[in-house]
Ligand binder design. Structure first.
Ligand SMILES: [Zn+2]
Length: 268
């Protein structure tokens, strides 16, 4: 193990292991190195914040915190390209996939570590980031879909629920629109027809005028005849009356003259 096919480099979460050349699947990479401590001691160190404790079995733990343990730079992934394997009291890391140069080398830290330290803060591995991104976009799509559905429902409700007043208003609106359109057409039509009508009415008026004139003339003529006849009658009547009156007055005068002579005769 003179030359490693990987190096320590910058990663998303700090430092990481990166392939410097193509690495075949199943290739040994490194031992997880450090002092072997008891489970009880491991708990103490864990309580003090040590996160490089690898449990070999229920009694023994490797404390991988020393910097010479290059394996400690390997980051966790839920879709790793390497794995740890316990051989006796040693822990080794090997690839489980073919790895290209520049690719980060990752392994799974174990369910306990994940549940205690990674799950609460959200795992930063590629798989989990992608998963969260997909979940977010799905959520966004879902909320969009729900909003669209709600909007459609609201529109439906508005259309149905406000049928009593709103629909009437709508109907009125639409009818008024139709009416206005119609009236526009009508005005357009009526303008032309009005011109025609005016001509017609004028023509009618002239005809009626002439008709009425002739009628009136006839009526006048007939009236005149009638009046002439009446006049003739009246004139004849008055003539007769006048004659009668003359005769009466003549006789009256004779009577007064007679009475005068009578009174004269009595005075004497
Ligand atoms: Zn993950």
């Amino acid at each position: 193990m003179s030359r490693r096919p990987f190096r320590v480099g910058r990663s998303k979460t700090g430092l990481g292991l990166f392939a410097t050349e193509p690495i075949k699947k199943g290739q040994f990479l490194a031992y997880y190195r450090g002092p072997k401590i008891t489970a009880a001691e491991s708990e103490k160190r864990e309580a003090r914040g040590n996160r490089y404790l690898y449990e070999i079995n229920s009694r023994w733990v490797i404390d991988g915190s020393p910097r010479y343990n290059i394996a400690r730079y390997g980051n966790h992934s839920c879709r790793p390209n390497a794995e740890t394997d316990v051989r006796g009291h040693k822990v080794l890391i090997r690839t489980i996939k073919n790895i290209k140069p520049g690719e980060e080398i990752t392994y799974h830290y174990g369910k306990n570590y994940f549940d205690i330290y990674l799950r609460p803060i959200g795992c930063k591995c590629d798989k989990c980031i992608e998963k969260r991104r997909k979940e977010r976009s799905a959520k966004i799509a879902e909320t969009k879909r729900r909003k669209a559905l709600e909007a459609r429902k609201a529109a439906k409700l508005a259309a149905n629920g406000v049928a009593a007043s709103g629909d009437a208003a709508k109907a009125v609106q639409s009818s008024s629109i139709v009416a206005s359109v119609l009236s526009d057409k009508k005005t357009a039509l009526s303008k032309s027809s009005q011109a025609k009508k005016v001509k017609k009415t004028r023509a009618k008026a002239t005809t009626t005028k002439t008709a009425s004139k002739s009628k009136a003339a006839k009526a006048k003529a007939s009236k005149a005849k009638v009046s002439k006849a009446k006049a003739l009658k009246t004139t004849s009547k008055t003539k007769a009356g006048a004659a009668k009156a003359k005769t009466r007055t003549k006789s009256g005068s004779t009577r007064t003259a007679a009475s005068k002579s009578k009174s004269r005769a009595t005075k004497r």
